[in-house]
Design a protein around this ligand. Structure first.
Ligand code: SF4
Length: 335
């Protein structure tokens, strides 16, 4: 894991980020409601760290990743990135044309399905070369050399650049996706379920490769996954997302030893114990995740919470530091 020495070394800041998708109906496509996929997320990402974001399917974590990349427009809130020259935090929506273009290069994404993220009609050389050319990353020969270097970095042969995506296995395709992101010289890589479509043996290879690359290229990862054991292996800090909101954030060791939110406790209780004979008391949550179209009043987790008290049904808890650790944030009335 990367060691974060400077606590104020923030590279990316999310302030009350919202992404609501309108639901339309009828001939005139009248807006009848909204899917509140991301509903007020506040987070910071430190340079050189891996911030894991974990939650059940449909909690909004992929949409959050896409809003960071500006693949989805913001409904509300602000995303700020540290400027290269001045070191000042600047809103992505306030950047001038040149800065905005540069920010697109600085933040890259690795998708869950590597095959779908590669154009089947283009060989690897063309797929890599196009964005590099747009961002003026060297002349034709320099770009080709860089592509060969990136393929070698992810343990693939340089002459694979002449092949097409269907000629590779799933693990090789994911290595290619990582190399493609790396070829842009990024600072932040948003990794959206990068190993969940792969076999377990390949998963560990890819995760170890990503950790090695992080050190070598001084990368910052936002690692999104639904599998808590994968997130724990990869992350320096972990944020738990539930129904479009962050409910707990802590450093990985603190998270494992002293989690505070009832939802996190339930997630952790489902992770298999690596010690033979060791038992953990499994917490089974009742019911399904409520609809993000009509989320419950008060704490969004209260219909499934085994510690719910009266106030939880009325008042939404704020995400605030715990009593014992100012870096451990939790949104629960009991804390
Ligand atoms: Fe459970 Fe209440 Fe805490 Fe929400 S605020 S997690 S309902 S105890």
């Amino acid at each position: 894991m990367a060691v974060i020495t400077n606590k104020n070394n923030t590279l990316l800041e999310l302030k009350n980020v919202k992404k609501h998708f309108p639901i339309t109906s009828g001939f005139f496509r009248k807006v009848t409601g909204y899917v509140r996929a991301v509903d007020g997320v506040t987070l910071d990402v430190k340079k050189g760290e891996t911030l894991g974001i974990v939650g059940e399917s449909g909690c909004g974590k992929t949409t959050l990743g896409k809003t960071i990349l500006r693949l989805c427009s913001l409904t509300g809130g602000e995303i700020r990135l540290k400027a290269v020259d001045s070191g000042e935090m600047k809103g992505l929506q306030d950047l001038d044309k040149r800065e905005s273009f540069e920010a697109r290069r600085r933040i890259q994404m690795v998708f869950q399905n590597p095959y779908a993220s590669l154009n089947p009609m283009k060989n690897i050389l063309s797929a890599f070369d196009e964005p590099m050319k747009i961002h003026s990353l060297g002349n034709k020969q320099e770009r080709k050399n860089k592509i060969a270097e990136m393929l070698e970095t992810v343990n693939l042969q340089p002459d694979y650049m002449y092949r097409f995506p269907h000629e590779f296995s799933g693990g090789q395709q994911q290595r290619i996706s990582i190399a493609k992101a790396l070829a842009m010289n990024p600072e932040v890589i948003v990794c959206d379920e990068p190993v969940s479509a792969l076999d377990v043996s390949i998963q560990s290879q890819i995760m170890n490769l990503m950790r090695k690359l992080q050190k070598g290229y001084n990368l910052t990862y936002i690692f999104i996954a639904h599998d808590l054991s994968v997130v724990q292996y990869m992350s320096d800090r972990i944020a738990v997302m539930y129904l479009g909101k962050i409910v707990e954030v802590a450093e990985a060791v603190e998270f494992h030893n002293n989690c505070l939110h009832p939802y996190t406790m339930a997630l952790l209780s489902a992770v298999p114990m690596p010690v033979v004979g060791a038992k953990s008391e499994r917490i089974i949550l009742k019911g399904d995740v409520p609809s993000p179209v009509n989320p419950p009043k008060g704490c969004k987790f209260h219909p499934r919470c085994y510690k719910c008290i009266d106030i939880c049904k009325e008042k939404e808890p704020a995400l605030k530091p715990s009593d014992t650790n100012p870096d451990h944030l939790v949104a629960c009335h009991l804390r």
